[in-house]
Every structure is written in structure tokens, then in C-alpha cells.
Design a protein around this ligand. Structure first.
Ligand code: NAP
Ligand code: MG
Length: 493
């Protein structure tokens, strides 16, 4: 277990020399000298100047991945060998767990203890899981007439460009990179501009773990330039994107405007969390508060709409407010911190604007709403009740620690409210009535429904959205569908 003090982490942070160059074709690549600054949300201090990829670096990375796929060993290796390489990669992530957790806490502001215990565990486990299943997949030989043989084989789809957000910088990357590599694809990863340092380090670790050159490349840069260049690139076969719904639309256009590359989208959410009158109100409240404030509310799955039966609304909301007030907002490097800093000054402005508009629309502020008067981008955990379904706070993704509480009187009304969203990523249901749990789970349009829990997950269970939360699934064997094509071969006998 991790037993580092605040002072220990501060000292480690002072000594950290983050990676600031791209990882292309198995080597460091400084680019043409153009850089962009990465700033620590915890205090606004500069962390590093990082190489900024333009068209040239994207071309180099895509060409390296193309070569590694078209003529390199990786897609042609025995699956067990690819699996062993991924397991070595997982070992290497584990061996650098402390450094990677610190890097993430510094670049995007989450508590370092959560980065260490939750994110890094998930990342290493993800590479290990796909390493372990790499040689356990079987193809199909459908039954045919006796004069022919039909084979249905899964072939790696080619070069995958993964473009990911900053909220779980390495988890979101691993959910794409690990299954793509297990399938025999090669990858170019572009992390978010706010969180390139952990991803660049991951590129180097992959090379150290023995992944052949060009198999896994990382380029740092901005969305509208480097991200767009990958989106339009003729050497890229698949775009695996996690991020906002607005940017997801760009990716569909990139595919249409280039080579019709396949596009997979994991997008935003405004997930409903339904509490029926027979639920345990305190358990529901504890989970609701944990879910919406975890990771500073910067969660695609955040249960940001608490839909609670009017008969228990006050009891549940009071308990959520109490939990919100008990959170310790502060320095991500302090192990006592339970909520860190928002990712950037711009993001803090956006989240506060949601709060201002909710106020103006007539929602009632129950707790929070203010930023902390100190350097860094800290916001109090915020709860609004008396939120009406047509208010922006009930419809728009905030991606910050802001909860909207709405009430309902019947199960039908709860379902109607839950589905009154362009998003469909996740939902929660709290009830002791088995039939109601099943009825509501069926009726709510969401990729995941959690009953009497929230954020349960396992690598063998798929994750993804419906409606404008995207499509396709990360994790589990289903993720391999994104990175493989079915080939049919007929042989006359
Ligand atoms: P974002 O603004 O959509 O950015 C995501 C990625 O896309 C970043 O790497 C970004 O690069 C890049 N990008 C931005 N504009 C682009 C463009 N015009 N062309 C190509 N690439 C572009 O999202 P974010 O603010 O980083 O993350 C928050 C969003 O991610 C939320 O909506 C959240 O719900 C969603 N999310 C979804 C899931 C899921 O699994 N469904 C998981 C986590 C987060 P730059 O940073 O350089 O701009
Ligand atoms: Mg962005």
C-alpha cells in the first residue's frame, strides 16, 4: 500500500523530470522545436514545455505505424508472443506506478492517491487482461456443403489513431491501446493537450518493455491541428475517440472527408440516478455524492441528475449535501485530499458559468458554488435542488462537481425524465423491488445501468454509450470488434 505523506509527494514532484517529446517509431522525437506549456491545475505553476505535433510529426507517426503494420512483425507474431509483450508492458506500468500517478495528479489535478490506487491499477490491469486473452481467441468455420470450406477469421484492422481526453488520461488510452495491440493493430495515441506528460511516458515504457518500433506511437499536440491531422490521415484505418460529443461530430466528418476510416465514439453523458421510495435513502445518497464528486466530477459517467421520489427527496438531498460538505477539497498531492483541482482555469470558468445559469434559472443552491480563494482551480462540491427538467443544468453536461436534483412522483415519470436527454451513457436505479429494478433498467436508454450501486466495472464487462454518448464498446472481448475485421474465405474442396 501507498504510505507517502504530503511532503513526500511534494519532494517527488520537485524532482520529477517529465517526458516532453513525442514517441515515434520507437524513439524520442523532439519535433521541430515548437512547444506548448503544460500547467499544473493544483497551483497554476508551469510543469513543462512539450513538443507540439503538427502535420509533419503526425505524418511521421502514422507512417511508422503503417510500416509496422504492413511489413513489421507485430501483426504476424504468434498471439501468445503479442500477449507476452503486453504483459511485460503491464509490468512496466506497475513498476512506474508512483511516477505515473504523480504525473497525472500534476497535469490534470486529481488526488494522487486516487491516481495511484484507482487509475494506475486500472491501466496495468487493462494491459495485462488483453495480454492474457491475446492467445485465447478462436475463429469460426461455419458448416457448409461437403464440397467447400468456409472460414471466418478476425484480422487486425490496421493503424488505429486513439484520441483521448484528460480526465482519466491513461485509463482512456489503455482502454483503446491494449485491445488494439492485442488484436495485432498498430497505434498512434494523441493525448489531450492538458495531459500529455503521462501519455508520453507511456510511449517510452512501451519501447522499454520491448514493443517493436512503430507499434505504439505517441504524439502530443492540440486537437484542431494534431487531432484533426490524424482524423483525416489516409494511413489511419480506425479512429478510436473518447471525448466530448461536439468533437465526436468532427471525427465523423474527418472519416467522411478522407478514406471512410471507421470511427468509434465514447462521448459525453448526463446520467440519471433514480431513487425509488423503497430504496435505502442513506446508501443511495452516499453513492450519489461519491459518484458525482469523484474525480472532481470530471467523469463521463457522473450521475449528475439525481432523480428522487418526492416523498424522500428532502431526506436523500440532505444526506447528499452532508457528504458534499465533508469532502476535503485541496492539493492533489496531499493524501488527505478527497477532491482535487479542476483541470484548467478555462474549465473552472465553464463550470462556474453552469452554476450561475442554474441560479438565474431558479434552481436552489443547497451547498457549494464558490471557488476556493487560493492559487489553483478549486471549486466547492455543489448541489442544486428544485431543478426543473427544462433547465440547462438538467440537460447539459457540466463535467464538474455539480449535482442537479429533480423529483418525480411515479415510475413512469422517472423513466420519462431519465430518457429526456440527448445522452445515453449510464444510469443508476435504487430500489429494493426486483421487478421495478428490471423494468426501469429495461426502459432507460443507456449503455450501462447500475442497480443499487454505481461505477461498478470489470475488464470482462463492456463499457460504452448509446444515443449521443456514442457507440462501440471499450473493455471486454467486445472491444476487439473495434480493432478487427471479419474475413470470409471460401475454399472449394
Ligand atoms: P474534448 O475537448 O472533446 O477533447 C478530447 C480529445 O479530442 C482531446 O485529445 C482533444 O485535444 C481532441 N480534440 C479537440 N478538438 C479536436 C478537433 N477539432 N479535432 C480532433 N481532435 C480534437 O474532450 P475533453 O474536454 O478532453 O474531455 C471531456 C469530455 O470527454 C466530456 O464530454 C466527457 O464526457 C468525455 N468523456 C467521455 C468518456 C466516455 O468513455 N464516454 C470518458 C471520458 C471522457 P486537445 O485537448 O488538444 O484539444
Ligand atoms: Mg480539449
Amino acid at each position: 500500500m501507498l504510505r507517502l505523506s504530503h511532503q513526500d509527494w511534494l519532494e517527488r514532484a520537485a524532482r520529477l523530470r517529465p517526458m516532453t517529446v513525442h514517441h515515434i517509431d520507437g524513439a524520442d522525437h523532439a519535433g521541430d522545436g515548437d512547444t506548448f506549456p503544460v500547467v499544473a491545475p493544483r497551483d497554476g505553476s508551469p510543469l513543462a514545455d512539450v513538443a507540439r505535433a503538427g502535420q509533419r510529426e503526425v505524418d511521421l507517426a502514422a507512417a511508422a505505424a503503417r510500416r509496422a503494420f504492413d511489413t513489421g512483425a507485430w501483426p504476424r507474431l504468434a498471439p501468445a508472443e503479442r500477449g507476452r509483450a503486453l504483459i511485460r508492458f503491464a509490468d512496466s506500468v506497475e513498476a512506474h506506478r508512483e511516477e505515473l500517478a504523480l504525473t497525472i495528479a500534476l497535469e490534470m489535478g486529481k488526488p494522487v492517491t486516487e491516481a495511484y490506487t484507482i487509475e494506475l491499477r486500472a491501466v496495468a490491469a487493462c494491459f495485462r487482461w488483453y495480454g492474457e486473452i491475446a492467445d485465447k481467441l478462436v475463429d469460426e468455420a461455419p458448416q457448409t456443403a461437403s464440397d467447400a470450406l468456409a472460414l471466418v477469421t478476425r484480422e487486425p484492422v490496421g493503424v488505429v489513431a486513439a484520441v483521448v481526453p484528460w480526465n482519466f488520461p491513461l485509463t482512456m488510452a489503455a482502454w483503446k491501446v491494449a485491445p488494439a495491440l492485442a488484436a495485432g493493430c498498430t497505434v498512434v495515441l494523441k493525448p489531450a493537450e492538458q495531459s500529455p506528460l503521462s501519455a508520453l511516458r507511456l510511449g517510452r515504457l512501451a519501447a522499454e518493455a520491448g514493443l517493436p518500433p512503430g507499434v505504439f506511437n505517441v504524439v502530443a499536440g492540440e486537437g484542431p491541428t494534431a487531432g484533426r491531422a490524424l482524423g483525416l490521415h489516409p494511413d489511419v484505418d480506425v479512429l478510436a475517440f473518447t471525448g466530448s460529443t461536439a468533437v465526436g461530430r468532427h471525427f465523423l466528418r474527418y472519416a467522411a472527408d478522407s478514406n471512410l476510416k471507421r470511427v468509434w465514439l465514447e462521448l459525453g453523458g448526463k446520467s440519471p440516478n433514480i431513487v425509488l421510495p423503497d430504496a435505502d435513502p442513506l446508501a443511495a445518497a452516499a453513492s450519489a455524492a461519491w459518484g458525482v464528486f469523484f474525480n472532481q466530477g470530471e467523469m463521463c459517467t457522473a450521475p449528475s441528475r439525481l432523480l428522487v421520489h418526492s416523498s424522500i427527496a428532502d431526506r436523500v438531498t440532505d444526506a447528499v449535501v452532508e457528504r458534499a460538505r465533508a469532502l476535503r477539497v485541496g492539493d492533489p498531492l496531499d493524501p488527505a485530499t478527497t477532491m482535487g483541482a479542476l483541470v484548467s482555469a478555462e474549465h473552472l470558468v465553464r463550470v462556474r458559468d453552469h452554476i450561475t445559469r442554474a441560479h438565474a434559472a431558479g434552481a436552489r443552491l443547497r451547498t457549494g458554488g464558490a471557488r476556493l480563494e487560493r492559487a489553483g482551480h478549486y471549486l466547492e462540491p455543489t448541489v442544486f435542488d428544485r431543478v426543473a427538467p427544462d433547465m440547462a443544468l438538467a440537460r447539459e453536461e457540466v463535467f464538474g462537481p455539480v449535482l442537479a436534483v429533480l423529483t418525480f412522483d411515479t415510475e413512469d415519470e422517472a423513466i420519462r425524465l431519465a430518457n429526456a436527454s440527448e445522452y445515453g451513457l449510464a444510469a443508476g436505479v435504487w430500489t429494493t423491488n426486483l421487478s421495478a429494478a428490471h423494468r426501469i433498467s429495461r426502459a432507460v436508454r443507456a449503455g450501462t445501468v447500475w442497480v443499487n450501486c454505481y461505477e461498478e466495472g470489470g475488464l470482462n464487462v463492456p463499457f460504452g454509450g448509446v444515443k449521443q454518448s456514442g457507440h462501440g464498446r471499450d473493455k471486454s472481448l467486445h472491444a476487439l470488434e473495434k480493432y478487427t475485421d471479419l474475413k470470409t474465405t471460401w475454399i472449394a474442396l
